[in-house]
Design a binder for this molecule. Structure first.
Ligand code: ASP
Length: 398
């Protein structure tokens, strides 16, 4: 008897499922259109000679509406030699599929809700998403979902699945394999991103190429898996926070977006410009030079110190592609929290998550100072850490 693995697929939009509209512009199609196309795709299903689409459909769809993935794919799992596996999947979608440049924190809450709702029934999860903001979504979901014991994989495409040269079907099959056949590997129990035969930690990725089929990179940590002629899983240490019950996520219960801003440094930056960003902000990501450097001028220190006094949370990340911000430079004195090697995408989504939480200001700062779900090489979060700031205590969120 084959072991059944159930995968829940959430289609949210993106180029993966786009077709040209009457004006010649690409627009996301509905789930029905996607399903209809995927079902007829021979790579995904074994087709018997002369079998009609209807017969294939009747054979691969279970009474409960789950679709059977082509069994041949199971042979890519080394364990499949001794045990037969069968992946069944269900496709669902957000009410309105979107181009991911329209994604908002509210959509992240909706995606997380859908996953939480189906956690008990499915073994793995695949989210189909546009590539433009995919790294934001995979980072955001890593914070919202927190510690999980099933794989959640976000994927998409550079060319629609309806195009003969699409990368969408490869990405879909690869994600399904990892989320389904490999669902019991503990190292995959986290939010990940799948792109061109590689599986990455979701809160470590950046979109670095909008032309090539290799869209994403993980500049500071190695990929989790590489799907070559054989599938290679790389030894991957998942950092787990020691999370007291009082810190269980209350984030995103409110859908509003906090006042988050980016302060990117450039030669000739003015006091006016910096003040304009800091005044009225709840949280600011500083994109600094090198390992966290900013101009050594009195007005900047003043601006940052004043912002800190007003309670603005500031996280220092480098504008350099790869590398680490170290807590040794002047911005650190002005209460700017060093982000270590966090990506700008993970920094921004962590800031939004923290600001939406009901934690007290000291706890918010402490969460930003530490790594929660392996998003940076900062010391892992623990309430027992010795470098707790004066007066800082855990509190139950209001
Ligand atoms: N604009 C598209 C999106 O992010 C791009 C893509 O999917 O590659 O939805």
């Amino acid at each position: 008897m084959a072991v059944e693995r159930k995968v829940y697929v959430l289609y949210t939009g993106g180029t993966f499922g786009m077709k040209k509209d009457d004006d010649g512009k690409l627009a996301p199609q509905t789930l029905d259109v996607i399903k209809d196309f995927i079902i007829r795709h021979t790579i995904l299903y074994e087709r018997k000679k002369g079998e009609s689409d209807e017969n294939v459909w009747n054979r691969i769809v279970t009474k409960d509406g789950l679709i059977t993935l082509y069994h041949q794919l199971a042979e890519d799992d080394p364990k499949a030699k001794s045990q037969k596996y069968k992946v069944l999947y269900r496709m669902d979608s957000l009410p309105t599929p979107i181009d991911s440049s329209n994604v908002t924190p509210k959509d992240w809450s909706d995606m997380a809700e859908k996953i939480k709702e189906h956690m008990g029934v499915y073994d793995g999860f695949v989210i189909i998403h546009g590539t433009d903001t995919m790294a934001f979504t995979s980072s955001a979901l890593s914070f919202i979902l927190g510690k999980i014991n099933k794989p959640v994989i976000v994927t998409g495409a550079q060319m629609p699945i309806f195009h003969p040269r699409t990368d969408g079907l490869d990405n879909f099959v690869g994600s399904m394999l990892m989320a389904g056949y490999f669902c019991d590997r503990e190292m995959l129990h986290q939010v990940m991103l799948y792109d061109l035969n590689k599986l990455y930690q979701g809160n470590r990725v950046v979109k670095f190429d909008c032309d090539s089929f290799s869209v994403f990179d993980s500049p500071n940590v190695f990929p989790i898996a590489s799907l070559e002629t054989t599938i290679k899983l790389y030894e991957h240490k998942m950092v787990e926070p020691i999370f007291p019950p009082s810190l269980k996520s209350k984030a995103f219960t409110r859908a509003e977006t906090p006042e988050v801003r980016i302060l990117r440094f450039f030669p000739g930056i003015t006091e006016n410009y910096v003040r304009g960003i800091l005044v009225g902000a709840d949280g600011v990501i500083l994109e600094t030079y090198g390992s966290g450097n900013v101009p050594d001028v009195a007005w900047l220190k003043e601006c940052l110190t004043e912002a800190d006094k007003r309670g603005v949370l500031m996280l220092n990340c480098t504008q350099v592609y790869r590398g680490t911000v170290l807590p040794i430079y002047a911005t650190f004195e002005a209460h700017v929290i060093p982000g270590y090697d966090i990506t700008p995408e993970a920094a921004m989504t962590k800031m939004i998550w923290v600001l939406n939480s009901g934690f007290n200001p000291e706890t918010k700062r402490k969460i930003l100072k530490h790594s929660l779900y392996g998003e940076s090489c900062a010391p892992p979060y623990s309430p027992l850490l010795p470098n707790v700031e004066p007066g800082e205590r855990e509190q139950t969120p209001e």
